[in-house]
Design a binder for this molecule. Structure first.
Ligand SMILES: [Zn+2]
Length: 234
């Protein structure tokens, strides 16, 4: 979970409508995302572990291992994306499925943080929190449709992406958006490698986080023009 202070800066920025976000970036809190209908296909979650080309990192491990699962159709596409990577590279999955309870916990924690900054109006608390922690009903991770991931080499060493996964804090925070200005050339090439494989397999990126990709959720449907999402919250 990113440091609240840094996320509040981002919230303020987004509220005022400039700086970090390029024009046209659609946030998960956008009403157009919630307006996308869901035609739940009923696919189960499946384990990332054991799939060729995919490694699972324990840093976001939760109680029952939910973080290491995604929908079957998402896993199939992740495997296809991995097969399209240059020899010697694999995906390192940081987090897939997230339970509604965990999402609600993060949302409440962020509202608590906002309250400490002096905001008391419940509607305003919900609005500002929604900009940085997805409400559960649109949260791609809660649908088993999203994955946070990066690339590793044959030794398991992460490739340089300019800033780490979930690296909101510190000087690198401004490099989190996929298309951020100031990403060094080598890191830009690595991001492009990641994107080419995932885009080719049907995923879309959440533009404020280079590591977040999804397939079949409401955000994906909105960006691709699909008439409905395949996966709703589980
Ligand atoms: Zn994510």
């Amino acid at each position: 979970m990113p440091a609240p202070g840094n996320r509040h800066d981002r919230a303020t920025t987004a509220t005022s409508g400039h700086a970090h976000y390029a024009p046209g970036v659609i946030l998960l809190s956008d009403p157009r995302v919630l307006a996308v209908p869901v035609r739940e296909c009923g696919e189960p979650l499946a384990e990332v572990t054991g799939v060729p080309g995919l490694a699972l990192d324990p840093r976001e491990r939760d109680g029952d291992g939910a973080f290491g699962r995604v929908r079957e159709g998402v896993l199939t596409r992740l495997a296809a994306a991995a097969a399209a990577l240059p020899d010697g590279l694999r995906f390192l999955v940081i987090e897939g499925y997230r339970t509604m309870a965990e999402q609600s916990r993060r949302f409440a924690a962020y509202q608590d943080h906002l309250r400490e900054t002096g905001i008391t109006d419940p509607a305003e608390l919900h609005r500002q929190a929604s900009m940085f922690v997805s409400p559960s009903e649109v949260a791609p991770h809660c649908a088993g449709a999203a994955v946070d991931l990066t690339l590793v080499d044959g030794e398991g060493t992460e490739l340089d992406m300019g800033v780490a996964v979930n690296g909101y804090t510190g000087a690198g925070g401004k490099l989190c958006p996929f298309a951020a200005a100031g990403v060094p050339a080598a890191a830009r090439r690595n991001r492009d490698l990641l994107a080419a494989a995932l885009t080719g397999a049907g995923f879309v990126n959440y533009p404020t986080e280079w590591w977040h990709w999804s397939f079949g959720d409401r955000y994906w449907a909105l960006l691709t023009g699909a008439d409905a999402a395949r996966y709703g919250p589980l």
